[in-house]
Write a new protein. Structure first.
Length: 314
């Protein structure tokens, strides 16, 4: 029953999000017919273009046609970016790149925050704790696009360690993808790592003073055993939860960073679609991001249920 209710909520959320994106695009200024044909196109050509792509239908009928196709995996065809090419084909070609950069950034954020948060909690009240906490505050205050330019300046121009622009697909070369994707992934990961490390530090300190931890220590269990099997595991629940909540910001960072570094992913496709008034492309990209966020939140809920000892005992 709970699973069916959760599936219904997810479906309704996707439909509501699709509706918001669709009607927001219709309310935005600009005409895809003029973007595709030019501002000086003859009126009869503009009218023919609109009829061809069903842009002359009532808005409600356009939405019904689009959402029924989207539920079947048919997002329509590109209007201006790649005239006539199925939007699903465009997304399928770029989704692996965006997924790679996003996963790369998430792994970097996880590794950095695990180290910083754990060290800060274990050295509470010391200069090292202050240093780690200051790092977290600094990371939260840095916009990812600004950090991207800073990283390019220091690690690509002054010290030519990483490429400053472009991306090598992991299907072509995994080492090349790891090298060319490091700076953009780090630019996205740094602000998230700052948030993750603060949450992990607070969770570790809170769990350390729980009665069951004191009982385990009084039984003579080693500090490392208590920390790894009890303190750290219980602190992972709020930590994993915040990771799920930050996925939406990760995707927002991907959109910006892909433009900064010239990465051919869904984010840059969505921006190009916005400039070209390519409604099907923008709607499909936004819907893809929404499904990724909802799917990630579902996985986080399941993982937290596995980590929670109360849930495991039921």
């Amino acid at each position: 029953m709970a699973a069916s209710r959760r599936a219904a909520v997810l479906l309704l959320t996707v439909l509501a999000g699709a509706m918001v994106v669709f009607f927001a695009m219709k309310a935005a200024p600009g005409d895809p017919a003029l973007s595709a044909l030019g501002e000086n196109a003859r009126p009869e050509l503009v009218a023919a273009f609109r009829r061809l792509h069903n842009l002359d239908l009532p808005v409600g009928e356009q939405f019904a046609t689009w959402i029924s196709g989207a539920l079947r995996g048919d997002f329509g065809r590109s209007l201006t970016l790649a005239g006539g090419v199925p939007v699903g084909q465009l997304i399928a070609g770029r989704l692996p790149v965006t997924a790679f950069i996003g996963l790369y950034a998430l792994i970097l954020a996880g590794v950095i925050s695990m180290i910083v948060g754990t060290v800060a909690a274990l050295s509470r009240g010391t200069a090292l704790d202050t240093l780690m906490t200051s790092f977290a505050v600094l990371g939260v205050s840095m916009p990812d696009f600004w950090l991207g330019y800073v990283l390019v300046f220091f690690l690509a121009l002054n010290l030519p360690i990483f490429p400053s622009y472009g991306f090598v697909s992991p299907s072509d070369s995994l080492p090349g993808a790891l090298l060319s994707g490091f700076l953009p992934a780090l630019a996205i990961a740094a602000p998230m790592a700052a948030v993750f490390s603060r949450v992990l530090r607070a969770a570790l300190l809170e769990v350390m003073h729980r009665p069951y931890v004191q009982v385990q220590r009084s039984l003579g269990l080693s500090s490392s055993f208590v920390f790894l099997h009890t303190i750290f595991r219980n602190a992972l629940i709020p930590y994993v939860t915040i990771i799920g909540l930050q996925v939406r910001y990760l995707l927002g960072g991907v959109v910006v960073i892909e433009r900064v570094f010239g990465i051919p992913g869904i984010g840059s496709l969505m921006v190009d679609g916005a400039f070209g008034r390519d409604y099907p492309v923008i709607q499909a990209c936004a819907l893809t991001f929404l499904v990724i966020v909802l799917g990630t939140n579902l996985l986080v809920d399941l993982l937290c249920a596995r980590l929670d000892p109360k849930a495991r005992g039921r």
